[in-house]
Write a protein that binds this ligand. Structure first.
Ligand code: ASP
Length: 436
């Protein structure tokens, strides 16, 4: 059975188990013992899988970029490839925020009946283990200004960046490292390239091994979330959630397919099919960084894009190109303005667009990371502090489910970039091999 079918079955099972467990225990303040046991057992498996993926992310990102750039750094292709990647990422990001902005203005999910508004505002949680407060602290400390994103690109201490999982800094260093390998005299260059290529092969083999556990990991990750969230919460925030899902669906089934067809002559059905294991894993882990190993495997083995293109575009995309996140940020900010009755004219909305684009570059590819960026945007457009705290609390209720969906869109956007850029560089024979 193919990997994505296995993952899909495990997802369906986790929806059945998670939502049933939530339904059976609904209204019981003291949850039965089996509930805690099931939740912990699933989380245990899920965390093992997630840890495995995270374990390979840093060596995978570094070795892939170093190999990719060392291979092409000396050629004149390099500048062109870099430019194409940046242009494509900016284009899809811009289209995503425009889609988000249109949806939120069209559906106006924040304009609700006064009683419902009161209910939503009253139901907002005070944060789980202080996570919301933590996020606000983080935003205040870590991303005081947007320029901070650029500071993080050039880390003072490479090892500290690695320990803290600051991918942006590692990417920048790896780009430089690969580039200067390509400038070495030929003997030293070959030595370096061989070393990094063989290291990269080992990491890929480990990655492959971890990925084979995806169906179990996915079940372990999704079930506890659904046990906790249940139907009710999903319903209260229905309109907001539907607006986000509508925006993400338009980006997935209209914008990206048109780009694939127009710019690469690629059928989106075949591309999405090839990427299915990565998309399902992104959905389950809500982390584009943790999904990166699968994204790279699917794009090379199932889609047939060369390592040269994918090892350059994908690690960059996993942190810098987040279409789903940018779209989500836009919707949240305007939604909250509608909910709190804060006037938001077109000029402010355009500022939100720019800020959403910029902050989505700096958002880490980990679960709920965009909440921090949202706080930064809300502060920048002058939301009162109390509204920010309440607003983020409200969004947090349904964030996990939306995070899963937008992460899948983030990963999809990166993969489309790799395929289109590959095609534009004259690559052929895509989607012929379905080996994994
Ligand atoms: N979870 C998202 C990702 O990893 C980031 C976010 O939007 O919170 O791609």
């Amino acid at each position: 059975m193919q990997l994505h079918i296995k993952i899909l079955i495990s997802l369906i099972l986790s929806f059945l188990v998670g939502l049933s467990a939530n339904f059976i225990t609904e209204g019981i303040s003291e949850k039965p013992e089996w509930f805690a046991f099931l939740s912990e057992a699933c989380s245990f498996i899920g965390t093992l899988f997630l840890n495995g993926l995270k374990m390979v992310v840093i060596p995978l990102v570094m070795t892939s970029i170093i190999c990719g750039v060392a291979r092409i750094g000396g050629e004149k292709d390099f500048g062109r490839l870099g430019l194409k990647t940046l242009l494509f990422y900016s284009l899809t990001g811009l289209l995503a925020v425009i889609t988000g902005l249109s949806c939120v203005n069209l559906f106006s999910p924040g304009i609700v009946e006064p009683e419902i508004q009161a209910q939503i505002l009253a139901n907002q949680p005070q944060g789980e283990n202080g996570k919301i407060e933590g996020a606000i602290d983080n935003a205040n400390r870590g991303m005081k200004s947007l320029l901070e994103i650029f500071h993080r690109m050039v880390p003072v201490n490479l090892f500290k960046a690695a320990v803290e999982g600051q991918l942006l800094g590692l990417i920048f260093f790896s780009l430089l490292f690969g580039f200067f390998i390509s400038k070495l005299p030929s003997q030293a260059r070959d030595q370096q390239t061989n070393f990094w290529e063989s290291l990269n092969s080992v990491i890929l083999a480990i990655t492959q091994f971890i990925i084979s556990f995806a169906p179990y990991g996915v079940f372990g990750l999704v079930t506890p979330t659904l046990m906790k969230v249940g139907f009710d919460t999903i319903l209260v925030m229905g309109n907001f959630g539907l607006t986000v899902l509508a925006g993400l669906a338009i980006h997935t089934f209209v914008v990206l397919p048109i780009l694939l067809k127009l710019l690469g002559g690629i059928s989106f059905v075949r591309h999405y099919q090839a990427m299915a294991p990565a998309l399902l894993t992104a959905f389950s882990t809500a982390s584009s960084s943790a999904t990166l190993p699968l994204t790279m495997q699917c794009i090379t083995r199932r889609a047939g894009v060369s390592k040269k293109i994918s090892s350059f575009t994908l690690p960059l995309g996993a942190t810098m190109n987040m279409d789903g996140t940018a779209l989500f940020e836009c919707i949240v900010v305007v939604f909250l303005a509608q909910l709190f009755g804060i006037e938001m004219g077109w000029v402010t909305q355009m500022t939100v667009v720019i800020l959403a684009l910029l902050t989505s570059i700096g958002v880490a590819g980990i679960p709920s990371a965009s909440l921090v960026a949202i706080i930064v945007i809300l502060q920048s457009v002058g939301f009162p502090e109390s509204a920010i705290a309440t607003g983020v609390g409200i969004v947090y209720v349904v964030d996990r489910l939306l995070d899963m969906t937008r992460t899948a869109v983030n990963v999809l956007g990166d993969s489309c970039a790799a395929a289109i850029i590959g095609k534009s560089e004259g690559e052929t024979g895509y989607y012929e091999q379905h080996s994994a």
